[in-house]
Ligand binder design. Structure first.
Ligand SMILES: Cc1cc2nc3c(=O)[nH]c(=O)nc-3n(C[C@H](O)[C@H](O)[C@H](O)COP(=O)(O)OP(=O)(O)OC[C@H]3O[C@@H](n4cnc5c(N)ncnc54)[C@H](O)[C@@H]3O)c2cc1C
Length: 294
């Protein structure tokens, strides 16, 4: 199908883009286009104006310094996957970027588009939660910072207003943390039927810090607090990890679990427990401090 007619603007600064969005409430931001353009072609979105942010160089690239890794909203998945700064300091996010789609999607899709679009089955939200990301959002009133825990509001809904841009994502640099992302991809689309992100720091054989979050199970990425609580302070051996994973659905409202042609809510809950276990085991093995799975 062809999309409806639309106007097109290509600003070169964040401020110009925000002016265009403020003046045109029916406008949409175009980043990698890998979610927006299919939506327009299928008639589900018909913006009057596309604000193509692809030329805003200030929103592209990765900085590492002062205990923080900062990723510009326009940075594509391939750049994140190949970045030493991300892999060495926020391994879980590099692993999740590596799991997105195929090579074409990873070269085109952007971190800002992925997180702002907030598809329940996309790969980055859980990794942003597990790694304690801060979203930097800019609008007509300036810049504001939003914790990942407060950012995802529902299916395709985030704390980014219509006249705002997600300009960058910041992470605490944690070179001591091992990260893993375990994903059960949909056989048809490759999106996450269930995807679990884990960031794990083990000191003297005991879990010092842990973040565990999941995609695909609820209408947006969710932190799995009961699993984190069960792991804190333990030796993450096989038995402890299995017991912690058994808590995966404890805080999740069964009625609100994703249930569609790809997988029933019941099957997703089973997948979740298995993938939580796998992701923790992968991360624990990565720390080199505890025995890995047999
Ligand atoms: C074949 C295929 C397979 C895919 N497989 C996967 C997968 O396995 N895992 C996965 O996670 N994703 C997958 N995707 C989706 C892909 O990751 C998209 O790139 C992503 O969802 C959106 O990023 P984008 O840069 O393409 O954004 P766009 O499509 O350009 O924009 C998406 C939405 O986000 C808004 N937006 C974009 N950037 C910003 C910003 N900086 N600030 C505020 N709003 C913004 C836009 O207005 C729009 O509403 C797949 C896509 C395709 C086509």
């Amino acid at each position: 199908m062809f999309p409806d007619e639309f106007d097109y603007e290509r600003p070169e600064t964040v401020e110009e883009a925000i002016d265009l969005l403020t003046e045109n409430p029916e406008a949409e931001v175009l980043a990698g286009g890998h979610s927006l353009l299919p939506t327009m072609k299928s008639g589900l979105a018909s913006p009057d104006l596309l604000v193509d942010i692809g030329r805003i160089d200030a929103m592209r690239g990765i900085d590492h310094g002062g205990g923080t890794v900062s990723i510009g909203g326009l940075t594509n998945y391939a750049t994140i996957d190949e970045s030493d700064a991300v892999r060495e300091n926020v391994e879980v996010f590099a692993e999740a970027a590596h799991a997105v789609g195929d090579v074409q999607v990873r070269n085109r899709g952007t971190v800002g588009g992925n997180l702002a679009h907030a598809d329940p089955a996309s790969d980055l939200p859980a990794a942003a939660l597990a790694a304690d990301a801060t979203m930097v959002v800019q609008g007509p009133d300036g810049e504001r910072r939003v914790d990942a825990d407060d950012f995802f509001l529902g299916m395709y809904a985030t704390d980014v207003g219509e006249d705002e841009l997600l300009t960058r994502v910041e992470f605490p640099a944690r070179p001591e943390a091992a990260g893993a992302y375990a994903k059960k991809p949909s056989p048809s689309s490759g999106y996450a039927m269930v995807g679990v992100a884990v960031s794990l720091t083990v000191d003297a054989g005991l879990v010092e810090d842990v973040g565990v979050a999941a995609n695909g199970i609820m209408d947006h990425g969710v932190r799995l607090d009961p699993v984190e609580d069960a792991l804190a302070g333990t030796n993450p051996d096989e038995e402890t990890v299995a017991a912690a994973a058994a808590n995966a659905t404890e805080d999740l409202e069964e009625m609100m679990m994703m249930d569609d042609l790809q997988a029933s809510a019941e099957f997703r809950a089973q997948l979740l427990e298995t993938y939580v276990e796998r992701a923790i085991e992968d991360a624990a093995t990565g720390t080199g401090l505890v025995a890995g799975p047999p």
